[in-house]
Design a protein. Sequence first.
Length: 82
Amino acid sequence: MGHSAPSAGRAITDYFNSPAFHGPQESELLAAIMTEVMRSGRTTASKAMIASAIARLEGEVDEVRLQGYRNLLTLLLEENNE
């Protein structure tokens, strides 16, 4: 049997239930990314979420938000590689 990648929705649910979840800061960033992806007409697939997180990371100057985007990007990449 092949192992299929989890859906983005499942990955997000798993993240919020994991010890890696660091409270409202990252959840707000993730919600903003999801909203942005959905408004653009794309599905909330891992690649779209990763691309959006990278774009936001590249334009951010606030160190706290930068770290939040780094954490989210790390989790999204880990989920995408499983």
